[in-house]
Design a binder for this molecule. Structure first.
Ligand SMILES: *Cc1c(COP(=O)(O)O)cnc(C)c1O
Length: 441
């Protein structure tokens, strides 16, 4: 048997550099504690299914109504995705073609709001940025690109959430075309039912952006917004939902479904990255069989991490509210030099987090905000439980509070991470058995 190193040695050095860099990334990420709240890993089976010939193809249109030939199997897989994702959401029409959550938002926003005219710009009310609204909900993102007027709902600092009474009043006064809830720094559920009622009373639609919490919703540890009055939901398929990177739209209203389907193609995608569909169908089935156990452990781990960080001396947001009900934890590290410095030091210790604006930070503090945002979903997939969260909190205290040499902590982090090399809550098969990717050809 020729070794990979011998095979690589025959290639031009430029090729070797690309391959070696990618391998280095793969290996390094297996030695890190990844707490980026918007990331996850697919199971080996879903990863194997991701590598398929569909990546070379085009499938403009809907299953069985395509513009090109050659799609008999793509049609089947796309329909399976729509079926399984719809079932996971308690019955819904699924539009799986947006290639990201941002494109899903663009599609829905464009379907609900017409272009600006002499009558003015359409208005959208969005969750307050302090309560986690994503850049795509704002004038700086998709909403702005579509020339929709961005107006923020009022914020309730005590509850770290939308101020319901003031929001209802604002909806009645402004009469927007739609309202957006859901967020990126997202610890506590937004008040869907109350906002839906107010929106509907003025003829507005409620859009719920579940990018972060889709995996918790299908695992029944977060309220399904479609059960509580949201008209339509957008999401990413790779955050708490541990599938391939992509976006999705779900609604129980057939007219809305048809409207978004007419927008996504041809406005926002031409090919829709077909190779992710088999992996998405497999991940949906993983969530069908293991999603509740997974989501349950995610919320337990988030709570355990928050409590452990507080016990180690960190200032964790939302103590009076129980810290978190999602996969996330927010920590104020201002007194240790701010989020940028803490995140950098932690990376040197192989703990990957992102700096984040906290609700009381001014928007221009973006380069060095007070906070860190942590998410436990990926480490939960790798099999970590509450005790492991306490270990992570100790590592973080040593680096950020005690000022220990991160390189020294890194050695222990790498050692610790070695115990978690298998993806849980997934079908227990090795698709590389016998040295071949079973699914390929
Ligand atoms: C991540 C995120 C998005 C964008 O998702 P992409 O798949 O990265 O385009 C949209 N909305 C919210 C609330 C998010 O957190």
């Amino acid at each position: 048997m020729v070794s990979w190193d011998e095979i690589l040695a025959r290639l031009p050095s430029e090729v070797r550099e690309v391959i070696e860099t990618t391998r280095a990334h793969n290996r390094w990420r297996r030695e890190t504690i990844n707490l980026i709240a918007s990331e996850n890993v697919m199971s080996p089976l879903a990863e194997a299914a991701y590598l398929n010939d569909m990546m070379h193809r085009y499938a403009e249109g809907k299953p069985r109504k395509r513009y090109y030939q050659g799609l008999r199997y793509v049609d089947v897989v796309e329909e399976l995705v729509m079926k399984y994702m719809g079932e996971l959401l308690g019955g819904a029409f699924i539009e799986p073609r947006p290639v990201s959550g941002t494109i899903a938002n663009a599609t829905v926003f464009r379907a609900l709001a017409s272009c600006p005219s002499s009558e003015g710009r359409p208005k959208a009310l969005i969750a307050p940025v302090q309560a986690g609204a994503h850049v795509s909900h704002t004038k700086f993102g998709t909403l702005g690109a579509l020339c929709i007027e961005h107006i923020e709902l009022p914020y309730d600092p005590d509850n770290l959430n939308v101020d319901v009474d003031k929001a209802v009043k604002m909806i009645e006064d402004v009469k927007p075309v739609f309202v957006v809830l859901g967020g990126s720094l997202y610890l506590f559920p937004h008040p869907v039912r109350e906002i839906a009622e107010a929106a509907h009373s003025v003829g507005a639609k409620l859009v719920y952006d579940a990018a972060h919490v889709l995996g918790l919703i299908v695992g029944k540890r977060w309220r399904n917004p479609l059960d509580h009055g949201a008209d339509i939901m957008t999401a990413s398929t790779h955050k708490t939902f541990p599938g391939p990177q992509g976006g999705i739209i779900a609604t129980r209203q057939e007219d809305l479904y048809k409207a978004v389907s007419r927008i996504v193609f041809p406005y926002f995608v031409s090919n829709h990255h077909l190779h992710r569909l088999p992996a998405l169908a497999i991940t949906a089935l993983e969530m069908k069989y293991y999603g509740e156990a997974y989501a349950d452990q995610v919320v337990r781990n988030a709570k355990a991490l928050a409590e452990a960080l507080a016990a180690e001396g960190f200032k964790v947001l939302g103590e009076h509210l129980g810290y978190t009900r999602s996969h996330q934890v927010a920590v104020d590290v201002r007194e240790y030099g701010g989020g940028a410095k803490a995140a950098q030091l932690l990376e040197e210790a192989n703990i990957i987090v992102n700096k984040n604006l906290l609700p009381y930070d001014p928007p221009d503090a973006i380069k060095n905000p007070s906070g860190l945002r942590l998410g436990v979903q990926e480490m939960t997939r790798w099999g970590m439980k509450e005790d492991d969260m306490r270990e992570i909190a100790r590592f973080m205290r040593r680096v950020v509070i005690d000022g220990e040499d991160p390189a020294k902590v890194r050695k222990e982090v790498v050692e610790f991470r070695r115990n978690f090399q298998k993806v849980h809550y997934a079908f227990d098969v090795d698709p590389t058995e016998n040295g071949k990717l079973l699914l390929l050809y």
